[in-house]
Design a protein around this ligand. Sequence first.
Ligand code: NDP
Ligand code: OXD
Length: 313
Amino acid sequence: MEKGRILLAVTGFHPQRWRDLLSAEREVVLEPDGAKDPSITYAVVWKQRPNLLSSLPNLRAIFSIGAGVDHVFADPGLPDVPVVRVVADNLTQHMTEYVVWRVLDHHRQGMLYRSQQQKKIWHEPQQRAAGDISVGIMGLGNLGRAAASVLLSLGFAVNGWSRTDRPMAGVATYCGEAGLIPFLKATDILVVLLPLTPDTQGIINYGVLKELRKRNGLGGSVLINAGRGRLQKDADIARALDDGTLKEASLDVFEVEPLPKTSPLWKHPKVFVTPHAAATSDPVHLAPIMLRQMDAFERGEKLDNLVDRKAGY
Ligand code: NDP
Ligand code: OXD
């Protein structure tokens, strides 16, 4: 069987870098040249133009450049072909680093020390044991489980919340709507690693933040969101920080990205901002995985890491 051609439709990442690596083994057409092209078999996409993919008459599979696929499903004319997402050690490792970095910084009171240093204050606050702090991971999937296992090894108590029951040794797991409030009430540091779907949009709101465990060893609850910005209500987070519902937050994602210059979150003294950079897809690691998948598919093998279209992730 002839090697299928690839349409690369990438907004925001570096399309040239992806093209150079994918074209080592296959012919790659950069959007907009490929629209309607019958010789195209695969699309490699990030925030593709709506209705572009439905114009490809012989498309057989869509590969998302990221782990999240909300950008793929945002296309109202998405054709009914398999959608493959990223599950790769390199990306998982980056996300684990981000989560552990932010949890440790909040746990070891990094914000307090940075403010003390600015004011030349020599003061040692009380140090708590990791075991006194519970980290609750919303979204106990590929990324959530990897972060959970490192946090466990550091001695934190770890909770996890998922859509279906997902037991994990050493982790107190909760699931579904019924499990949400008990999960929040047992959580000091909330780490959000959910996909954006119709069910999860806006889930990180004031009411949910209010349920987080109070009177904990940290002196307040903490939010870390590295999932998607539209999972959260930016204004509710600002309100929760201002009235003490939240002690601090680390935010990698925002309702609107890039975060508008007018957002109060930029300068909020209790917020640590990163520009959707928790785990960036690196084509050096990911392009060879996609190419291997395409080869296997053409040998008649199944595609890995397929998205469940009904669940939306
Ligand atoms: P997975 O699909 O492996 O895991 C998703 C988890 O969320 C699963 O545990 C799933 O439950 C749970 N979930 C989904 N919907 C619901 C719901 N309605 N209620 C409760 N739990 C739910 O995804 P990954 O771990 O690979 O990635 C997670 C997300 O991280 C991506 O979708 C993406 O948005 C984000 N991401 C962000 C990056 C960044 O740089 N900021 C980089 C990479 C990813 P169940 O186990 O029952 O299916
Ligand atoms: C992803 C991302 O979904 O980078 O992989 O946000």
